[in-house]
Design a protein around this ligand. Structure first.
Ligand code: CUA
Length: 171
């Protein structure tokens, strides 16, 4: 059977596009480091997250080794605790694991300008570990529609020079 040269070219181009599109979808799903909020971060009572140890007083805790910190953040309509009324403060040159949960509806937790971004699901604790090399100021925003005050739900994160970070800021 004779297939015209241009016909063959288009067949090849169409096949290449299909392979490319499947490739990009596959990369987005498994290659880019995205994950579902699962139970690796632990669970809390969705009706009373503050009953669980580290959410009783959300904030910055010492991590498992020096230079590591755990930050517990409660998201609720329409605040991050801490984050909204007081900034979250961590020192630069540190490894920080954020533990985020919600005590009412689904919220988002995004550190603006970074790839730190997770859903905050009632009862479920989302964890994200990041390294902060340099001091800086970041905004926090909720990026899941959570009610009439959603657009006001924001906060801030300060990565301060290690010398300006006080031991008393750690719970
Ligand atoms: Cu919380 Cu939108």
């Amino acid at each position: 059977m004779h297939v015209h040269r241009f016909e063959r070219l288009w067949l090849v181009a169409a096949l290449a596009m299909i392979v490319l599109f499947i490739g990009t979808v596959t990369y987005g799903a498994v290659g880019a480091g995205y994950g579902m909020v699962d139970d690796t971060g632990g669970q809390v009572d969705p009706t009373d997250a503050t009953a669980s140890e580290n959410f009783r007083e959300p904030g910055v805790y010492n991590g498992s080794e020096p230079g590591h910190y755990d930050v517990y953040i409660e998201a609720k309509q329409f605040l991050f605790v801490p984050g909204t009324s007081d900034p979250v403060r961590v020192p630069a040159n540190s490894t920080v694991t954020f533990h985020v949960t919600s005590t009412d509806v689904v919220h988002g937790f995004e550190v603006v300008g970074t790839n730190i971004n997770t859903m905050a699901v009632p009862g479920q604790v989302a964890t994200i570990t990041v390294e902060f090399d340099d001091p800086g100021q970041y905004g926090l925003v909720c990026n899941e529609y959570c009610g009439s005050g959603h657009h006001t739900m924001e906060g801030s994160l300060e990565v301060v020079p290690p010398g300006q970070f006080n031991k008393s800021e750690v719970n």
